[in-house]
Ligand binder design. Structure first.
Ligand code: MN3
Length: 315
């Protein structure tokens, strides 16, 4: 079973809408080495696990559960970068100005035609899609669950290293703070996951020497990542379980980066962050409630708020 807590694993930072930045970030969500693949690959590997090497299964499962929150974080980041981009463009062009209605003759979504992926406006309502940066739909064929423990761990290390490499490239494509905050967090966490799978292989006889992490870079060129590394999140792994996990049997001691750092197993991250709410988008008919339906929604919201207040205060 799974339980949910309405928190983000990292905050989404405010900046201007940027549809091009949103589009390159799609590679990190629905690309061949993106978060949707890591989530599904580790999930299938842990569900299909055979034999009694439970600590290895628990380690793979721990990362699978964390990847769900990465999918959530990057999806919301892409949506944040898209949200309001059509209104911003039409205000800049000053041919339309502010509007509350999308009446006949309106070209509120005029800018969508010129975007890298107009599906962000036609199919989604200025929101993320399960596709890569070239618009290809995510595919289950990306998922590798070989049934062979060593091969699965090697495959996972390649996946994390490639994901981290691609995110370092995406970081250099935009200085937008919304994009950089999320990408930097994912670069730091990919490093932790490289350590997790490398440590598991180390426990089976591998000596990594000095090849990890992949890629290596000058921290001064990635200041947002360095801040997270200084806070130690690139050496932590969480298991997110209400019952017990054997994660710490493998994820402990010297990091396989062999740089003098230690691995830190944890139940959950030290901090959790608010999930931002998304405004209505009249030009996208989202959520598309008319006055009558809105009244019913308001009544329900009122009811819910009143019930919650009653439960808390007894009044
Ligand atoms: Mn991830």
């Amino acid at each position: 079973m799974y339980y949910y807590s309405e928190n983000l694993i990292n905050p989404i930072v405010n900046d201007e809408p940027d549809p091009s930045a949103a589009n390159v970030l799609q590679e990190g969500l629905g690309g061949q080495f993106g978060e949707m693949r890591t989530m599904m690959q580790y999930f299938f590997q842990s569900c299909n696990f055979r034999g009694n090497a439970i600590a290895y299964r628990d380690l793979i499962h721990a990362v699978a559960v964390e990847e769900i929150s990465h999918v959530e974080l990057i999806t919301r980041t892409i949506s944040k970068l898209l949200d309001g981009s059509a209104v911003a463009a039409s205000e800049n062009g000053s041919s339309h100005g502010k509007r509350r209605s999308n009446g006949a003759g309106s070209t509120a979504l005029n800018m969508a035609k010129e975007q890298m992926n107009p599906h962000h406006y036609i199919v989604g309502a200025q929101a993320a899609l399960p596709v890569d940066a070239a618009g290809n739909p995510w595919s289950g064929s990306y998922v590798h669950a070989h049934g062979n423990l060593v091969l699965d761990l090697l495959d996972n290390l390649v996946l994390e290293s490639t994901g981290r490499l691609q995110k370092c490239r995406i970081y250099q494509m935009s200085s937008n703070k919304t994009l950089r905050a999320t990408v930097s967090f994912l670069i730091a966490r990919d490093e932790a996951h490289e350590m997790a799978f490398a440590k598991a292989l180390e426990s089976l006889g591998v000596n990594w020497g000095s090849i990890l992490p992949i890629p290596k870079f000058d921290p001064a060129e990635f200041p947002e990542v360095q801040k997270l590394v200084d806070a130690g999140i690139n050496r932590q792994q969480y298991h997110f379980r209400l019952d017990d996990s054997q994660l710490a049997k493998i994820f402990n001691g010297a990091a396989p980066a062999n740089d003098g750092t230690e691995l830190v197993p944890m139940k959950e991250p030290d901090e959790a962050f608010d999930v931002p709410s998304s405004p209505e988008r009249i030009e996208e008919f989202a959520p598309g409630l008319d006055a009558e339906m809105q009244e019913m929604v308001d009544a329900l919201t009122d009811y819910k708020e009143k019930t919650l207040r009653k439960r808390k205060t007894g009044k």
